[in-house]
Write a protein that binds this ligand. Structure first.
Ligand SMILES: Cc1cc2nc3c(=O)[nH]c(=O)nc-3n(C[C@H](O)[C@H](O)[C@H](O)COP(=O)(O)OP(=O)(O)OC[C@H]3O[C@@H](n4cnc5c(N)ncnc54)[C@H](O)[C@@H]3O)c2cc1C
Length: 296
């Protein structure tokens, strides 16, 4: 095996958008998929737990020492676009806003909505990230994965992946997404696409608290309802626990308004769940992924 580069005792708060998180025993940011695969093999051979993070935009990481190797994919940025056929091949660390802009510049339609999501492709596929009725699932052709237990590498066509609203099997299995193939509609008007992309971003930033650290929507919307609306209706907008606050701009966002601790955020999540259940009879399921907690 090739030489592995990693750092030790790295603060993960610098790698999450909510700016909270403990420290990783080992931490690495591979520059390409070959380094990525070698790191996963290294963790496997050394019996180190291996956790993957993208842009950390949907993560609540406990403020503890996390044993094992944490790999951040953000430096794996290779992207190949065929504007004639509409085919796109991306490494899992490519950011959605980068993809959105490149698609528009190449006249490819269908990825405009991804502009406001500050996550990577790998994270977006794992979360089945989306906006309204749209999600990456729609444009996905296949994903290339490595099984972190067996180290087998293979490609999975979309039809074999059981996506649901904000769910993919990658949230539960041992498969790490290395890269993916997507397809978009060709021959779009570049100026129109860039304008739409810009307008979508403008709308998002004027209705959601992009100016403060957060992890986007905290809860999955319940069937035929909106988590933000339920939280607002029971009067919790602006409610704080320590440095964690329910955004006064959008009630389904928790913002880190002053050095919030991970336990304050988890407590706020629990209070919201309890109060919405008591007053509305609805259990809100977190969308945000938790690392280092005993949360079910
Ligand atoms: C301001 C803001 C706005 C947001 N708006 C939206 C929105 O409109 N719609 C929406 O759906 N989400 C939204 N989000 C949430 C978040 O951006 C998405 O869920 C995003 O896709 C997560 O990607 P990430 O790279 O940050 O993943 P991370 O948060 O780093 O990880 C999320 C999960 O994916 C897993 N993962 C990451 N990379 C891989 C990989 N290569 N292989 C396997 N598993 C992997 C991680 O282990 C973890 O379980 C928003 C977040 C913020 C902060």
């Amino acid at each position: 095996m090739k030489r592995i580069t990693y750092a030790e005792k790295i603060k993960l708060s610098n790698y999450t958008t909510i700016k909270v998180g403990g420290s990783a025993e080992y931490f690495a940011e591979p520059n390409n998929i070959f380094e990525f695969i070698d790191l996963i093999k290294w963790a496997n051979f050394n019996k180190n737990e291996c956790r993957i993070i993208g842009a950390g935009s949907n993560l609540l990481i406990n403020n503890i020492f996390l044993k094992g190797l944490t790999i951040c994919t953000k430096k794996m940025k290779s992207i190949k676009i065929d504007p004639v056929l509409g085919n796109v091949e991306v490494d899992s660390g490519v950011m959605l806003p980068t993809l959105s802009n490149l698609l528009a510049k190449n006249g490819l339609e269908g990825g405009e909505w991804t502009i406001g999501i500050p996550g990577t492709i790998g994270g977006a596929i794992c979360m089945n990230a989306g906006s309204g009725n749209l999600s990456l699932e729609k444009n996905l052709i296949s994903v290339r994965v490595i099984d972190s237990r067996t180290l087998d590498i293979y490609e999975i066509p979309k039809k074999e992946i059981n996506f649901r609203y904000r769910f993919s099997p990658f949230q539960e299995n041992n498969l790490v997404i290395i890269s993916s193939k997507l397809k978009f509609k060709t021959n779009g008007n570049v100026d129109e696409l860039l304008k739409t992309t810009k307008n979508i971003l403008k709308k998002k930033t004027s209705t959601q608290p992009y100016h403060l650290p957060s992890f986007g929507s905290v809860f999955i919307n319940p069937k035929n309802n909106y988590a933000g609306k339920l939280i607002e209706e029971i009067g919790l907008k602006g409610f704080k626990i320590g440095g964690a606050q329910i955004s006064s701009m959008h009630a389904n966002f928790i913002v880190n308004h002053s050095s919030a601790k991970s336990n304050e955020i988890l407590e706020l999540i629990t209070v919201i769940q309890q109060k919405v259940l008591q007053k509305k009879g609805i259990f809100l399921q977190p969308e945000v992924r938790m690392i280092g907690f005993d949360y079910p």
